[in-house]
Design a protein around this ligand. Structure first.
Ligand code: PHE
Length: 365
């Protein structure tokens, strides 16, 4: 048998194997258990030593030739298969990516940011206090001792159990307890706002059991109502971004301020929406109640650890939800807290380019 000839023929067939399956069939034909080359290797055992010495190298050479040819063809076929796959499965990097859903900034968060920005311009720091309050900070220290009738004005959520120090606990009904906490912590003078959640057992189109307020507190020497009025006017002009804001200060009553003033602003209806601006006495205008405020009551200063003969101050509390509705034209307060994604994507603000108060609180030109 001419092993070299057999080798060349096998090599030729291997090199023309069309694909990996055809190549595998050839491998079985030559080198499988029943394969022709394997058969030749088995004959070595029955040969005489001389014969084996002569044929052994040739048969092993044949096997080597065949298996090298198979390995080489396999490589070539695999490279070709990969090239074909790459040519077929191209990625078009010029295609636009599908839009990923993005969250939005809730109008209340947006308005809180805007208010904090305005007050920062006026030199106010941001203070905070707990939403789970004790009765003393929420009422007593604010000049509402137990059995004070004003306590009934707040439909308070009380906790069934007292805390470890035997205090009656509740969900704060307003941000005013932060006044007390800040005075006790920082002393005077003070210029702070305290934005946050407050709770009252109340629910209809204009009331939700949880809502948002921003408290303002200024304590210094020689502070008077004029400072309060200027601050509120400056705040509202910057917030609503218009110069024709007219305020009306009405005598009112809060236990923690004396005197107390309720602040109204003029507005008119434009396309069925309330738009703030002008005097409520102007034609087509009315007054709308906006916030409560006043000069800090002496008893509150004392509870805050300050000498009321040395320090005076003003305080105010604004409903943030109300401001958001007015500025951005929303009419149902309850929708604020439904978490409806459609509402949020309609009224929410982009986290990346939310509106900022471009004008800021500048001195008028
Ligand atoms: N705490 C009052 C309220 O919730 C608002 C207020 C704050 C009034 C500060 C006067 C001074 O109604």
């Amino acid at each position: 048998m001419d092993y070299a000839q057999t080798g060349r023929e096998a090599q030729a067939r291997i090199e023309s194997a069309a694909d990996l399956d055809a190549l595998e069939a050839l491998r079985v034909e030559f080198l499988g258990k029943q394969g022709s080359v394997s058969g030749l290797l088995k004959t070595l055992g029955k040969m005489t030593p001389e014969e084996r010495k002569e044929k052994g190298p040739e048969i092993h050479g044949l096997r080597e030739t065949v298996s090298n040819a198979i390995a080489a063809r396999k490589d070539a076929l695999e490279v070709a298969a990969l090239a074909a796959q790459l040519a077929e499965q191209t990625i078009d990097l010029s295609l636009p990516a599908p839009d990923a859903p993005t969250g939005s900034v809730h109008p209340i968060a947006q308005v809180m940011d805007e208010l904090a920005e305005i007050f920062a311009d006026l030199g106010f720091a941001v203070a905070s206090g707990p939403e789970i309050e004790d009765d003393w900070h929420n009422f007593t220290a604010l000049n509402m001792p137990e059995s004070h009738p004003a306590r009934a004005m707040h439909d308070t959520f009380y906790f069934p159990d007292r805390d470890a120090q035997d205090r009656e606990m509740l969900l704060r009904t307003h941000t005013s307890p932060v006044q007390i906490r800040t005075m006790l912590d920082q002393g005077a003078p003070l210029r702070i706002i305290a934005p946050g959640r407050v709770y009252r057992s109340d629910s209809d189109a204009t009331h939700t059991p949880m809502f948002h307020q921003i408290e303002g507190l200024v304590i210094d020497r020689d502070i008077h109502l004029g400072h309060l009025k200027w601050t509120l006017e400056t705040l509202l002009k910057a917030f609503f971004e218009r110069d024709d804001i007219v305020l009306r200060l009405r005598p009112s009553y809060f236990p923690f301020t004396e005197p107390s003033v309720e602040v109204d602003t003029g507005f008119s209806f434009v396309d069925g929406r309330r738009v703030v601006g002008g005097s409520g006495d102007d034609a087509g205008h009315s007054w709308m109640e906006l916030l409560g405020s006043g000069m800090v009551n002496r008893n509150v200063l004392i509870a805050g650890g300050l000498d009321p003969d040395e320090w005076q101050g003003f305080a105010f509390g604004v409903g943030v939800d109300r401001l958001a509705m007015l500025k951005y034209g929303m009419n149902d307060l309850r929708a604020f807290f439904d978490g409806d994604v459609r509402w949020l994507s309609h009224y929410g603000f982009s986290a990346l380019d939310a509106p900022t108060l471009s004008a800021g609180v500048g001195t008028p030109a």
